[in-house]
Ligand binder design. Structure first.
Ligand code: NIG
Ligand code: FE
Length: 412
C-alpha cells in the first residue's frame, strides 16, 4: 500500500465535509482552513487530516514536510480548448494594431483560422501538442479539467479532436471531461446556409459522438454572428436526447436570452457572462446551473469582466476557469485566473479559491470526489513553496508558487 503523510502544513485550505458540493453567494466568503495540520493519503484517496498534535504515531511510505507551506486541493479547470493546432499569434498582433476580435473573425481569422490549421494536422501531432499543454497545466496545479472540441467544424475533424481527448483521458491520471462544441463557428462552406450546418451537427455529429461515447457534454457558441437562440435550442435539445449534458458559451459580447435558454435545458454551466442583465440573474436564481467566469479571456481581449459581485450579491455561486484556447486566452494558468478574479472581478481570495476548486469541480460534475480536502475524496492536492499564507497566492500574481502536485496519490 502506498501512502503519503504531509506534515507541519502551515495552512490546510478548503477542508470540507462530503456533503458540500457547491458553495453559493455569501457562503463563498468562507474558506475553511486548518492551521499547523497534517494530511494522510493512502493509494489515491485522502484518508485523514487533522492538527499536528494528533499526528503522532501515524506512519507512511513517504513523509513530506510542509513547514511554511500551504496545501490546497488542486484547481478544477471546467472550461478549456487545449486541443488545437499551432497558434494565432499574428491575430494577437493585429488586435494590438487596432482590429477587433469580430473584425478578425469576419476576415476568416478567429475560430475558422484554427479550424483550417487543425484539419491539416494529424491526430498524433494534435495529441503531442495537447499533451504538452496538459503536462504544463498539471505542474501549475490543475488536477481536473474539461476539454472541448470545436476547432474541427467537420464531422471527421470534430471526431479527431474528441479522439485526442479520449487519448488524454487514458494517458493522464487526472480526470478529464470531454465536450462536443461542434457549433463553435459557422464553417466557410456554410456561410450562407447556417441551418444546414446546424442540421449536420444534429443529424450526424451528435449521434456519432454519443454512439462512440466520445463526450459527456454538448456546448454551443450562442452569440451574434455565430449561433442564435433557435440554433442553441435545437442543438441542446438534440444533445440531451443523446445523453449529452449542456454547457454553453453565452453572453460573451451580447446578452439576448441565452442564459435562460441554457437553464431551460438544465445546463450544468453557463460560461463567459461578460455581459449580464437582470433577466439573466433572475433566470439563474433557483436553477442548478453554475455561472462560470473566464477572467483571462477578458484580460486578453480587453473586453468587460464578468460582474461576479452581482452574481454573489444575488446569492448565486460562481466558478472560474481558464478558457485556455489559441484565440481569446492562450494561457491555462489557473493561478493567474485566481489572481485575476481577485483583482478584476473583485472576488476575495476566499471566494476566488472556492470558485476555482469546489465550484469548478461542480461545473464538471466532479465535486463529489474532487475540489476539497475531504476524507474519502481523491487525493488531488498541491503543496506551495514557502509562502506567508494562501492570500499570498493571488497577491504575488507573477510568481510560480506551486512546488508539488499530487494527482490520485502520486507526486507528478
Ligand atoms: O471561449 N468564444 C468562443 N470560443 C472561445 C474562443 C475561440 C477562439 O477565438 O478560438 C472562447 O473564448
Ligand atoms: Fe471557451
Amino acid at each position: 500500500m502506498s501512502s503519503i503523510l504531509i506534515t507541519n502544513i502551515k495552512e490546510l485550505v478548503q477542508v470540507r465535509n462530503h456533503n458540500v458540493t457547491i458553495v453559493k453567494g455569501s457562503d463563498m466568503k468562507q474558506l475553511p482552513v486548518l492551521e499547523n495540520a497534517y494530511l494522510l493519503i493512502e493509494h489515491d484517496t485522502i484518508v485523514e487530516y487533522g492538527p499536528m498534535a494528533d499526528c503522532e504515531g501515524i506512519e507512511a511510505d513517504t513523509i513530506i514536510d510542509a513547514t511554511d507551506r500551504v496545501v490546497l486541493p488542486t484547481w478544477c479547470d471546467s472550461h478549456t480548448h487545449i486541443v488545437y493546432a499551432g497558434n494565432r499569434v499574428s491575430e494577437f498582433v493585429d488586435r494590438i494594431n487596432g482590429l477587433s476580435y469580430a473584425e478578425i473573425a469576419e476576415r476568416g481569422g478567429g475560430i475558422l483560422n484554427s479550424a483550417q490549421k487543425l484539419q491539416a494536422t494529424s491526430e498524433d501531432n494534435l495529441y503531442e501538442q495537447a499533451s504538452e499543454r496538459l503536462k504544463n497545466l498539471i505542474q501549475l496545479g490543475t488536477g481536473a479539467i474539461e476539454i472541448k472540441s470545436g476547432y474541427g467544424l467537420t464531422v471527421d475533424a470534430e471526431l479527431k479532436m474528441l479522439r485526442v481527448i479520449e487519448r488524454l483521458k487514458k494517458d493522464f491520471k487526472l480526470p478529464v471531461k470531454a465536450t462536443l462544441l461542434g457549433a463553435h463557428a459557422i464553417p466557410a462552406e456554410y456561410r450562407d446556409n447556417k441551418t444546414a450546418y446546424v442540421d449536420l451537427v444534429i443529424n450526424e455529429l451528435i449521434p456519432k459522438v454519443a454512439n462512440e461515447d466520445l463526450a459527456e457534454y454538448v456546448d454551443i457558441f450562442c452569440e451574434k454572428g455565430y449561433f442564435d437562440l433557435e440554433d442553441t435550442d435545437r442543438i441542446l435539445e438534440a444533445g440531451r436526447a443523446h445523453g449529452l449534458i449542456p454547457k454553453i458559451h453565452v453572453n460573451q459580447f451580447n446578452a439576448f436570452g441565452g442564459v435562460a435558454l441554457g437553464i431551460k435545458h438544465n445546463a450544468l454551466s453557463v460560461d463567459h457572462l461578460e455581459e449580464l442583465n437582470n433577466d439573466d440573474i433572475e433566470a439563474l436564481k433557483g436553477s442548478e446551473t453554475m455561472p462560470v467566469a473566464l477572467p483571462l479571456c477578458s484580460y486578453f481581449l480587453s473586453i468587460p469582466y464578468t460582474p461576479a459581485r452581482q452574481l454573489l450579491d444575488a446569492e448565486l455561486p460562481v466558478a472560474i476557469a481558464s478558457d485556455y484556447n489559441p484565440g481569446s486566452t492562450p494561457s491555462g494558468n489557473m493561478n493567474q485566473v485566481v489572481s485575476a478574479a481577485c483583482i478584476k472581478l473583485k472576488m476575495t481570495p476566499e471566494e476566488a479559491i472556492n470558485a476555482a476548486t469546489i465550484n469548478g469541480a461542480y461545473a464538471i460534475g466532479l465535486s463529489n470526489m474532487y475540489g476539497s480536502i475531504c476524507r474519502g475524496k481523491k487525493a488531488n492536492v498541491m503543496i506551495t513553496k514557502p509562502i506567508p499564507g494562501y492570500h499570498y497566492l493571488p497577491y504575488a500574481f507573477g510568481d510560480h508558487h506551486i512546488d508539488k502536485v499530487i494527482i490520485h496519490g502520486e507526486v507528478q
